[in-house]
Write a protein that binds this ligand. Structure first.
Ligand code: FBP
Length: 703
C-alpha cells in the first residue's frame, strides 16, 4: 500500500498508532514503576555496621604484604540503627560524592544497584551525588564520567544490561593505570568508588581500596556475573554470598529458550539440538539450565574433570605401571559418552534430543587443559620479553604455528624441561584449524582464556558425528522400530510379521515396544542375504517393499542444530529475584559507605532462603584472596568458585541423569520453566541451585 505523505503523517499521529509504535510499552512502564521490596534492615532511615567475628578467614601472606590496610577487615553486619546519636547522624548525612563503575560483561540487575545506591544516597542527603564512570574502568583511568540524575535512574529501573553507563573489560593492573585512576577520583572529589564486577574486578576493588586509603576514598565491590562463579564462604564453609547477581536471569533466559527446543524436538523428532551456554570456566549456568529444563544430556565440566577410567585403573593395578591418562576425561571419551546417550535414545525411536554444553567444558578435558596452560604460558612469556604483543607479532594462524614449531625446535636443542616439545607440536597440528585458532585466540585483559570465542560445540560434535558413523556401520546406532508400525506395514503387504520379525530384529521375541534391526544387517545387500538365508524369499526375487522401508527407517541420520546462549541471556530483563537482590545490594553499598567501610564487597546473606531472612553484609575482600597463576605470573586474586560436585544441586542433577535422558519409550521428562514474569505468584523466587543447596545442607546438618 502506498501512502501519500500527508496521509502517512496523519496515520502516524493517530493515538493508537503512536501507542503501538512507541518505544515505551506497557510492560516496560510496569517494570520501570516497580519498587523492589527492601530487606528489613533498610526499613528505617539509619543503618549501622557491626563486626561479626563468628566468621573466619585464613589470610594469605601475600595478601598481608600487598594489602596491609585491607587484610584485617572484618565481616560487617548491617542493621537498623533505632536511636542514632548526633555524631552518627551527622556522619550519615554528610554530603558525599560517590562514583560507580561497571566492570566486565553485562549482568541483569546492574541498573538496580545504581538505583538502590542512588535512592539511599539521596534519602541520606538530597545533595549527595552519584557519578557514573563511562565504558567501564577506562572511564576511571581517562576521567570519563556522567552525573546520575533521578530521570536517568527512573528510566533504567528494573531493566537489564548496563546501558546507563556502559561497561568495559579494562583491568587497572599497572602502576600508571592505578595512579591515573587515583588522580581521577581525587579530582572528582570522590568520597567513595563502587566497583560492580566479577572476581577480577573485586580483586581490583581491593587494590584500589588499598591505594586510595591514604586519600580517605573508600572502595566497595559488588558481586556481579552471570557465570555464578562469585560465591563466597568463610574458612569454615559458611555461606556468605550464595550467588552473584545476574546469574538467575541469564539461567532463566537460557532455560526458556532451551525448553522451547525441548518442545520442538519432542514434536518433530528430527534434530538433536546442541546448546552451548555461557559461563566461561564454571558450569553453574549449565547446571541450573539442567534443573530448569531437564534437557536430555547436560555436561558439567567439573564432573568430567573428576572422571576416572576404571578399565585403565584395573590395568594399572595388574601391571603396576602408572597411567596418568586414567585420570580425567579425554575428548575421545567425552564424545563416547554423548554417543552412548544418542544411541540409547535412538533405540527407543527417539533420534532427537537436547544436549547442553557449558562453553568452558573443554577446560576440564585433559589434553585441552594442558594445551591451554602451555599456550597461556608461552604467550605470556613472549609478551614479557618482547615489545609487541604475541597476537600483533603473529596475526595469522600460520605465523603462530610457525612460531610454535620453531619454539619446539629451539627448546629441543637447548635441552632441559620443554614447555612445547615436538610431541605437543604434532598433537596440536592434528586438531582442526578452527580449533587451533580458538586455542590461540587472544586472552582477555585479565589473561582469561576466551571460551566464548571457541567453537566448543563444533569440536565435540565433530568427534561425536565421526563415532556415530562408526557405530552405524557396526549396526549399533539404530533407530528402534515401533512393533505396531512394523506389524501394520507387513500385514498391509500380505506378509507375516512373526515370520519376518525374528529374522530382521534381534529383540523380536522380547517384550520390547521398539525393535532393533540385527547388527549384521548394515546395508540392503546384507538385508537381502539375511532374508534369503532365512528362506523368506528366493534367491532372485527382490525384497518386499515393506521390508526395505522398515530397514531404511531403522538407519538413523544424525541431524543437529546448534545454538549459543550467552549474549541474549546476559541482556535479558532481570527476574524479580535479581531486581530485589540488586536493589538491596545498592542499599547495602550506601550503608557500607556511610559507615566508613572500605575494601568490602556488598553482599546479601541468606539469598538461598526466604526474602524475610535476607541480611545485608559487607564481606572483606582482601582476606579472601590468594595466589593464582595469571598470564604466566603468580597474582593475588579472588578465587573463582566452580561447581562443587559434592553439592546437593549437582547430586540431584546426577541422580536424574538417566530419567532426563529418557532412553525409554514414551514421553520425555522435560520441564517448562516458562518466561521471566518478573512479578506475580508464579514467578520463581530464587535459582533452583540455591533452593537445593540450602535444603540439602540443612538436611545434612539435621541428619
Ligand atoms: P563477566 O565474568 O565479566 O561477568 O563476563 C561473563 C561472560 O559473559 C562469560 O560468560 C563469557 O565467557 C564472557 O563474559 C564473554 O566475554 P565477552 O563479552 O568479552 O565476549
Amino acid at each position: 500500500m502506498e501512502y501519500k505523505n500527508g496521509f502517512l503523517n496523519e496515520f502516524l499521529s493517530h493515538p493508537d498508532v503512536r501507542e503501538v509504535t512507541a518505544s515505551v510499552n506497557p510492560s516496560l512502564a510496569e517494570r520501570q514503576a516497580y519498587q523492589p521490596p527492601r530487606c528489613s534492615a533498610f526499613m528505617k532511615p539509619y543503618t549501622g555496621t557491626r563486626k561479626d567475628s563468628a566468621f573466619r578467614f585464613i589470610l594469605d601472606s601475600e595478601a598481608k604484604r600487598q594489602l596491609p590496610d585491607m587484610v584485617k577487615n572484618p565481616l560487617l553486619r548491617i542493621d537498623t540503627v533505632d536511636s542514632p546519636d548526633r555524631d552518627f547522624k551527622e556522619k550519615y548525612h554528610r554530603r558525599r560524592t560517590i562514583g560507580i563503575v561497571f566492570s566486565g560483561g553485562p549482568a541483569p540487575g546492574g541498573h538496580n544497584v545504581i538505583a538502590g545506591l542512588f535512592d539511599a544516597a539521596r534519602e541520606a542527603n538530597p545533595d549527595n551525588r552519584v557519578l557514573g564512570f563511562l565504558m567501564g574502568p577506562d572511564g576511571i583511568i581517562d576521567n570519563q564520567v556522567t552525573e546520575i540524575t533521578p530521570q536517568r535512574v527512573d528510566a533504567f529501573r528494573n531493566l537489564g544490561g548496563f546501558g546507563m553507563i556502559k561497561t568495559g573489560r579494562t583491568k587497572i593492573d599497572t602502576r600508571t593505570k592505578m595512579s591515573l585512576s587515583r588522580e581521577t577520583c581525587k579530582k572528582l572529589g570522590l568520597d567513595a568508588l563502587v566497583v560492580v564486577g566479577g572476581d577480577d574486578s573485586n580483586t581490583n576493588a581491593a587494590f584500589l581500596a588499598q591505594e586510595m586509603a591514604v586519600d580517605g576514598i573508600q572502595v566497595i565491590g559488588v558481586p556481579k556475573t552471570i557465570d555464578g562463579d562469585v560465591q563466597v564462604r568463610d574458612a569454615d564453609g559458611k555461606v556468605l554470598c550464595a550467588m552473584s547477581f545476574g546469574f538467575h536471569t541469564a539461567a532463566r533466559a537460557f532455560a526458556q529458550q532451551i525448553s522451547n527446543l525441548c518442545t520442538d524436538c519432542s514434536s518433530d523428532m528430527k534434530y538433536w539440538h546442541i546448546c552451548k551456554v555461557m559461563g566461561r570456566s564454571a558450569s553453574h549456568l549449565a547446571l541450573e539450565v539442567a534443573l530448569q529444563t531437564h534437557a536430555n544430556i547436560t555436561l558439567i565440566g567439573e564432573d568430567l574433570a573428576e572422571y576416572v577410567d576404571k578399565d585403565k585403573l584395573a590395568v594399572m593395578k595388574q601391571t603396576g605401571q602408572y597411567d596418568f591418562s586414567a585420570y580425567g576425561m579425554t575428548l575421545r571419551h567425552l564424545s563416547r559418552i554423548i554417543c552412548d546417550g544418542v544411541v540409547r535414545r535412538a533405540a527407543v525411536g527417539k533420534n532427537c534430543g537436547v544436549l547442553v554444553i557449558p562453553e568452558g567444558v573443554l577446560e576440564f578435558v585433559n589434553e585441552i587443559q594442558v594445551f591451554i596452560i602451555k599456550l597461556n604460558t608461552i604467550i605470556a612469556e613472549y609478551n614479557q620479553t618482547h615489545d609487541q604483543d604475541f597476537h600483533q607479532g603473529f596475526p595469522r594462524l600460520e605465523d603462530k604455528l610457525d612460531y610454535l614449531r620453531e619454539l619446539a625446535r629451539r627448546l629441543r636443542q637447548e635441552g632441559g624441561i620443554n614447555i612445547w616439545n615436538s610431541h605437543d607440536d604434532e598433537l596440536f597440528n592434528d586438531i582442526p584449524s578452527f580449533f587451533q585458532e580458538g586455542l590461540l585466540t587472544e586472552r582477555d585483559s585479565h589473561g582469561n582464556f576466551q571460551f566464548s570465542l571457541v567453537e566448543t560445540d563444533k569440536v565435540i560434535m565433530g568427534m561425536v558425528k565421526d563415532h556415530l558413523n562408526v557405530l552405524r556401520e557396526k549396526g549399533i546406532y539404530r533407530l528402534g522400530i515401533e512393533r505396531g508400525y512394523f506389524t501394520t506395514l507387513l500385514e498391509r503387504d500380505g506378509l507375516d510379521p512373526d515370520r519376518y520379525g525374528p529374522v530382521l530384529f534381534s529383540n523380536y521375541n522380547d517384550d520390547n515396544d521398539h525393535l532393533l534391526i540385527r547388527r549384521g544387517i548394515i546395508s540392503k545387500k546384507t538385508l537381502k542375504q539375511t532374508v534369503n538365508n532365512a528362506k523368506l524369499i528366493s534367491g532372485d526375487s527382490s525384497l518386499p517393499a515393506a521390508v526395505v522401508k522398515i530397514y531404511e527407517k531403522s538407519v538413523p541420520r544424525f541431524k543437529t542444530q546448534t545454538h549459543f546462549y550467552g549474549y541474549d541471556g546476559r541482556g535479558s530483563t532481570p527476574t524479580e529475584f535479581d531486581c530485589r537482590y540488586t536493589y538491596n545490594l545498592g542499599l547495602t553499598v550506601f550503608s557500607l559507605i556511610a559507615n566508613g567501610a572500605t575494601g568490602q564487597m556488598a553482599a546479601i546473606m541468606n539469598l538461598e532462603k526466604d526474602f524475610s531472612d535476607w541480611k545485608p553484609i559487607g564481606i572483606p575482600i582482601a582476606p579472601l584472596m590468594h595466589l593464582e597463576e595469571r598470564k604466566g605470573k603468580l597474582e593475588l586474586v579472588l578465587e573463582k568458585c566452580l561447581v562443587d560436585t559434592r553439592s546437593p544441586a549437582f547430586k540431584v542433577v546426577k541422580f536424574y541423569r538417566e530419567k532426563w535422558l529418557a532412553a525409554v519409550p514414551g514421553d520425555d521428562d522435560y520441564r517448562l520453566p516458562g518466561p521471566i514474569h518478573f512479578a506475580g505468584a508464579s514467578e520463581e523466587t530464587r535459582p533452583i541451585t540455591l533452593v537445593l543447596n540450602n535444603l540439602g545442607q540443612s538436611d545434612e546438618a539435621g541428619g
